[in-house]
Design a protein around this ligand. Sequence first.
Ligand code: NI
Ligand code: MN
Length: 227
Amino acid sequence: MTSKVTWLSHSAFLIEHEGAKLLIDPFLTGNPLCPIKAKEIEADYILVSHGHGDHIGDTVAIAKRTGAMVIANFEICNWLDTQGIKNVHPQHIGGGFDYPWGRVKLTIAHHGSQLPDGSYGGNPCGFLLTLGDTKIYHACDTGLFYDMKLIGEEGIDLAILPIGDNFTMGPDDALRAVQLLEPATVIPIHYNTFEVINQDPEQWAKRVEQESSAKCRVLKPGETLEL
Ligand code: NI
Ligand code: MN
């Protein structure tokens, strides 16, 4: 069963698998690179990695309009409840859950997670998705950590890694992350949305292909990779 993985720019993805539409970190409104409006997006599930505005983004509005279930850590799910979002599934780091379309495990991420109104957002996370035979690791916002090697031991088909620097791993550490994870394919994200995270993804892709066994796919916002 194939999965369609569409990059919406920054950290946001739409993944379609077995008829389910999974939206990850939907920062669409106010995102200068995003090719789609929040009111146009359809989703069955929304996965939120942490509370920062460039990740939780349009979650509340999209969840209200579509009825999508939000998957996030316990603290963010509690906060969403105060925003009128009742269809939530809290998980936490290290824990996995089998949904009708596949499994979601929350992985560690070294970052912050304060919500837009200043509320405590718990620990930030990344996502390890198992969709049929395919494993996708979305690191979300994080610095490099050596335990990526443990995540890589699960056999990663697609790794999604930030390369923007300043707030997350930059190109050098993201390359080391590829070497620890040993994914079949990697997609760089979280760059060029703001000036402070400007990077050259094509240059990074060359380094990945020279210095690791992974293939690098540089997507344009709105472009889809089929797995
Ligand atoms: Ni962040
Ligand atoms: Mn971010």
